[in-house]
Design a protein around this ligand. Structure first.
Ligand code: AP5
Length: 225
């Protein structure tokens, strides 16, 4: 549907640890799209101590979902920025029926609609290990894993050469279990919403990162042609 003047709107759906962020960053580079992660936007608001960030902090630390009102306000502001003109990859949004309906309305007002919602299919049991082993470059945000994705040179970011890394406060086993629960209760039902719209795609996301990227690239190339 992403015709000449209508930017592609791709959604990555999947539980914590499914690889949404990892794959979104790879798709950004390959297709010239912009990754919009509501998790990253909320963490920036928390770090900046804005009123939205203060309200979101406790909910995020407990593994619950931040209110639709806060998330939608942050997302709308970000989508209005000029770098989104070629298209966006939504990572971690929408997460509730209310968010999905608000997105549909927002896009319809601009004459568009969701191009594709791609569900990353994974086994929950493996997600705690994936999330607990995750860390990112403090400089550029590139993601790594203690076991599955190490920098080529130990202690140095492949992307920007930075040497400082960080781990997220909510990446502990107990919080991951709460986040998985929130995913199944509030976000997984969106799969039916996008199937009914005729834009649902699915991919097995349990293999190696590079093979999943290849499969996703094929889907994105097809739906945004
Ligand atoms: P958010 O930041 O969106 O976190 P999440 O959805 O829980 O997803 P993650 O970032 O944990 O996982 P991911 O799928 O991106 O996996 P990744 O690629 O990093 O949200 C955090 C919180 O913010 C929420 O709990 C909520 O409170 C709030 N929030 C955010 N959006 C919201 C919204 N719309 N509404 C309400 N609240 C909202 O991969 C994980 C690790 O595994 C990495 O180390 C990676 O290297 C590794 N890995 C990736 N793929 C593979 C593979 N194929 N094999 C082996 N390892 C892999």
């Amino acid at each position: 549907m992403s015709g000449a003047n209508v930017p592609a709107v791709l959604i990555l759906l999947g539980p914590p640890g499914a690889g949404k962020g990892t794959q979104a960053r790879m798709l950004e580079d390959r297709f010239g799209l912009v990754q919009l992660s509501t998790g990253d936007l909320l963490r920036a608001a928390v770090a900046a101590g804005t009123p939205a960030g203060l309200a979101a902090k406790t909910v995020m630390e407990a593994g619950g979902l931040v209110s639709d009102e806060i998330v939608l306000a942050i997302l709308k502001d970000r989508m209005a920025e000029p770098d989104t003109a070629r298209g966006v990859i939504l990572d971690g949004f929408p997460r509730t029926a209310g968010q999905a309906e608000a997105l549909d309305r927002l896009l319809a007002e601009a004459g568009g609609r969701v191009t594709a919602a791609i569900s990353l299919e994974v086994d929950d049991a493996a997600m705690v290990g994936r999330v607990s082993g995750r860390y990112t470059c403090a400089g550029c945000g590139e993601g790594y894993h203690d076991e599955f994705k190490l920098p080529a040179t130990a202690g140095t970011c492949d992307k920007c050469g930075g040497t400082a890394f960080k781990r997220r406060a909510d990446d502990n086993a107990e919080t991951v279990r709460a986040r998985l629960q929130a995913y199944h209760a509030q976000t997984a039902p969106l799969i039916a919403h996008y199937r009914a719209m005729g834009v649902l795609e699915t991919i097995d996301a349990m293999g190696p990162i590079e093979s999943i990227a290849e499969g996703l690239g094929t889907i994105v190339g097809r739906v945004s042609a």
